[in-house]
Design a binder for this molecule. Structure first.
Ligand code: ATP
Length: 356
């Protein structure tokens, strides 16, 4: 079992605080993802859990044992963790078998036992037939599986993964996502995964921690994060979204510049921002709906990705791919908004630009 307890962890480099008051407990066997833009502090948090970095203040426990605090510091190799980084970090002069066996060799585990364990792990990471290959004879995905095998060989209770798929091409990334998830289920280990890729976070995680500027913005299941993002930053960072300025009038919110009101029962009043996911706008030829002109359409195979112009306001709409066959650019089309969220207007128009 492996329960990770993080108590009030703050990390500063000089005057710059890159993590603020991180407090959380990860349960045994959970798949946790830290998701956020470059520089938000997610790698720093992972390195603190691993023991490559000391927190400025706060405490880390693994299975109840303090591994990092004001007075205690347990080095990474004594924390029972496996770790995989973005760069494959496999030894180029060792074949696959020796790369995976390396941690056991330095622990002086008997040869027969090493052989048995390595064979077992190679089976799990689907590399059994590559045991004698050198890393230069492997694809990027295979090399990353060697790194994964080496991280798993010591039977860690906790696996830490820092953007392990970002050097792989799109197709390989997709299949590796399933493989990592499968391995985690099979071995029942706790995983903490760092990524800036929302699809990775959505497909693998039990809980996603959305981090921005060193602060956890929201914690939830992928579905909660996607459907009920707590603020505009999250709505924008996780998935695609149209933001439209609005004003609450009684039990409706008026979309400014668009001439449409939506029924609204929420707590906000006055100026607001309405967030609408592109898949929550339906294109319709029926009468009585909001109208706009099709500015552009992109046929992407599984969807028709459209821009609709309504009196100078552009809305992105993700429509059924078959609509591409029957609609024409420039044509007038009806729009039906099926779901939306309302946020306080914080006066910012650059939510997808927030970096550090
Ligand atoms: N050793 C260090 N000394 C000074 N500043 C650092 C150090 N390590 C990280 N930082 C700073 O801390 C902030 C958070 O870095 P961190 O690597 O945790 O971000 P990240 O979210 O993982 O980003 P990325 O995805 O780009 O790796 C950044 O502004 C970074 O420049």
């Amino acid at each position: 079992m492996s329960v990770i307890t993080i108590n009030h962890v703050t990390k500063s480099f000089g005057d710059v605080t890159v993590l603020k008051e991180f407090t959380e407990e990860f349960q045994d066997g959970e798949f946790i993802t830290f998701l956020g833009p470059s520089g938000c502090g997610k790698t720093t948090m992972l390195r603190i859990i691993a023991g490559f970095e000391k927190p400025t203040t706060g405490e880390i426990r693994i299975d109840g044992r303090v591994v990092s605090s004001k007075d205690v510091f347990v080095p990474p190799e004594k924390r029972g963790i496996g770790m995989v980084f973005q760069s494959y970090a496999v030894w180029p002069h060792m074949n696959v078998f020796d790369n995976v066996a390396y941690p056991l060799k330095i622990q002086k585990v008997p040869k027969a036992e090493i052989k048995e364990k390595v064979e077992e792990i190679l089976e799990i990471v689907h590399l059994s037939q590559y045991a004698n290959r050198m890393p230069s004879q492997l694809s990027g995905g295979q090399q990353q599986r060697v790194a994964l095998g080496r991280a798993l060989i010591g039977q860690p209770k906790l696996l830490l993964l820092d953007e392990p798929l970002s050097n792989l091409d799109a197709k390989l990334r997709e299949s590796m996502r399933f493989e990592i998830k499968e391995i985690q289920r099979k071995l029942k280990i706790t995983v903490v995964y760092v990524t800036h890729d929302q699809v990775e976070a959505m497909t693998m995680s039990d809980r996603v921690f959305v981090i921005n500027r060193g602060v956890v913005q929201q914690v939830g299941s992928p579905m909660e994060i996607y459907r009920r993002p707590k603020n505009q930053f999250i709505a924008d960072f996780v998935g695609k979204v149209n933001f439209i300025k609005g004003q609450v009038n009684g039990s409706a919110v008026d979309l400014k510049g668009i001439g449409q009101s939506l029924a609204y029962e929420g707590p906000l009043t006055g100026d607001v921002v309405v967030a609408i996911r592109p898949e929550n706008i339906k294109l319709t030829k029926a009468e009585g709906h909001l109208h706009g002109a099709i500015k552009s359409m992109f046929y992407l195979g599984d969807v028709n990705d459209c821009q609709i112009d309504i009196n100078g306001t552009q809305l992105r709409v993700i429509a059924d791919p078959h609509t591409y066959d029957v609609l024409r650019t420039g044509e007038e089309i009806g729009l039906e908004i099926t779901d939306f969220l309302v946020y306080e207007d914080d006066g910012r128009d650059d939510h997808n630009q927030i970096l550090t």
